[in-house]
Write a protein that binds this ligand. Structure first.
Ligand SMILES: CC(C)(COP(=O)(O)OP(=O)(O)OC[C@H]1O[C@@H](n2cnc3c(N)ncnc32)[C@H](O)[C@@H]1OP(=O)(O)O)[C@@H](O)C(=O)NCCC(=O)NCCS
Length: 192
């Protein structure tokens, strides 16, 4: 992984700042009933013009408590988004989320890598000590992808009539995981 001018490059995906050209994809994904259900969200009723206007405002006037990235594959196709929100720089905590909107990119490790890049970025550049998320109990794909990033299941956290599981990772846990990955890579390289 490397980073140039706010663009974070992995082996499968690139995280980059949100751009106005994302609006049609984002709008299409927000209107998708299956994606909404997987995210315990409602289907968006807003038209594309208003949606694009809101995205333009968000890009122009960023707030310190939200950080959003577009996810592109290495061919430059916009396949999803990931974000941190409710960023609390006093307590050092933030909720994180991800959407891979393009179904032909599910189950290929794209979401997992994008989320790891996001977690790494947040622990590196923000004064964060804990990142957490809520995912639906029955969303087995999401739970497995998040566990693969080192997120630990804390337990049930039902809210708004939804059966959520709370998952989290601390800065220390992330550091230990990175160290283990580094050691494994070193061992593989020295065995070659
Ligand atoms: C959840 C999401 C981000 C995961 O990204 P992804 O690129 O599809 O996931 P990955 O390929 O990195 O990992 C998915 C894992 O789940 C596994 N999986 C898929 N379906 C599964 C199921 N029904 N039961 C158990 N595991 C399943 C895959 O095999 C893979 O594990 P493996 O690589 O160890 O074999 C993405 O699928 C997505 O955005 N989905 C739609 C919206 C959503 O669910 N958002 C989450 C809201 S909290």
């Amino acid at each position: 992984m490397f980073e140039v001018d706010g663009v974070i490059v992995g082996t499968k995906v690139v995280l980059r700042p949100k751009q106005i050209e994302d609006a049609p994809d984002d709008h299409r994904w927000r209107q998708d009933a299956e994606l909404a259900e997987l995210d315990a969200a409602s289907v968006l009723r807003q038209g594309l013009d208003d949606f694009t206007h809101d995205l333009a405002t968000e890009i122009k006037y960023p707030t310190p408590w939200v950080k959003r990235f577009g996810i592109d594959n290495l061919e430059g196709r916009h396949i999803g988004n990931c974000m941190a929100y409710d960023i609390d720089s006093i307590s050092g905590q933030a909720e994180i989320g991800i959407l891979v909107g393009e179904r032909d990119h599910w189950d290929g490790g794209y979401g997992r890598e994008a989320f790891k890049l996001l977690i790494d970025e947040l622990f590196k550049t923000e004064s964060m000590s804990r990142l957490y998320l809520h995912t639906l109990r029955w969303n087995a794909r999401a739970r497995r992808a998040f566990a693969g990033c080192g997120m630990r299941e804390v337990g049930p956290d039902p809210r708004g009539g939804h059966d959520f599981i709370l998952m989290e990772i601390t800065r220390a846990e992330w550091g230990a995981q990175r160290q283990q990955e580094f050691q494994r890579t070193e061992e593989t390289n020295s065995a070659d």
